[in-house]
Design a protein around this ligand. Structure first.
Ligand code: GLU
Length: 298
């Protein structure tokens, strides 16, 4: 009997909260081309959990831009907003494991708490994106006080008790990096989920966060290779922790370089000049866009 090697599965997973730019084009093209080169599958996933910022017209623009680039993806496209129940169930599993707790501290509360500490000259730790780590102690509230938050009127979020979660998984967490991280790391990388503090996994008004839904979907869709920009390199630490907690398979990761704007800064969805559509309108060809972004890629 011949045992076939596992067929690689790649995905491009944009959020329809703006127009795709050249950085997205690079991610999409790398995933597509790597799938084609390995006889693998290429999936497109619409990450539209944030209902306040996502719009159907941006989703339509994603399809249009990717098709213009000459990419073909499998149907049907998975749309995260169609699967909110699944993320809610997964959160419920984490509740049962005792690794999440409800938190009513707002961003403003967090800013004031951090400012008060730093007023005395202390420096409060930041996460890899530069935001202050959650400074609260709501994880220590009694079960009764936690139940009162859940039953109460005020909006709240479910935070991961990262220390409890790390303790539960016990072994050191790693991932296999086949690109090169922000400082050139490649090979077996040690994850540092504690560097993010107690991240939010869901809110009372939105049953999932990026971190929770991305690991659930990557597992459910059988993604073997996660190829995405280096801006998400550090997020992989949280993803590895959640994968281990939820007993999900571990994909291989490749974090590719970011496409920078003419000012040397990371592109943003609000900068129309570097949008894929702007190149199309300006009469450039998909081959021009490929050539422009693939120079020195990965
Ligand atoms: N939805 C995320 C974004 O648009 C990407 C998620 C991922 O590739 O893991 O930035």
């Amino acid at each position: 009997m011949t045992i076939l090697p596992e067929q690689p599965v790649f995905r491009f997973a944009p959020s329809p909260n703006g127009l795709l730019h050249l950085g997205h084009a690079l991610s999409a093209i790398l995933n597509h081309d790597m799938a084609a080169a390995t006889n693998g599958r290429f999936l497109l996933r619409i990450e539209d959990i944030d209902r306040a910022r996502c719009r159907p017209e941006f989703e339509a623009a994603i399809f249009e831009d990717l098709a213009w680039l000459g990419l073909a993806w499998e149907q049907p496209v998975r749309r995260q907003s169609d699967h909110l129940d699944l993320y809610a169930e997964t959160l419920q599993r984490l509740r049962t494991m005792g690794v999440v707790y409800p938190s009513i501290m707002t961003r403003g509360d967090i800013r004031s708490a951090v400012a008060a500490t730093e007023a005395d000259g202390a420096v409060w730790p930041r996460d890899p994106d530069g935001s202050p780590l959650y400074p609260g102690h709501e994880r220590e509230l009694s079960p009764r006080a936690q139940a009162a938050i859940v039953a109460g009127e005020r909006p709240y979020a479910w935070r991961l008790d990262v220390a409890a979660a790390i303790k539960l998984v016990a072994e050191p967490l790693t991932w296999r990096e086949t690109g090169a991280g922000p400082t050139g790391e490649t090979g077996l990388i040690t994850a540092d989920p504690a560097g993010w503090g107690d991240v939010i996994l869901s809110r009372s008004d939105a049953p999932s966060s990026y971190h929770l839904s991305v690991v659930v979907d990557d597992a459910l869709q059988g993604i073997t290779h996660v190829v995405r920009g280096r801006d998400l390199y550090h997020a992989t630490s949280v993803h590895r922790l959640l994968q281990r907690l939820l007993n999900l398979p571990e994909p291989v990761y490749l974090h590719h370089r970011l496409v920078l704007g003419p000012d040397g800064r990371k592109l943003s969805k609000s900068n129309q000049d570097t949008g894929i559509a702007a190149f199309r309108v300006a009469g450039r060809s998909p081959a021009d866009v490929r050539a422009m972004i693939l120079e020195g890629a990965s």
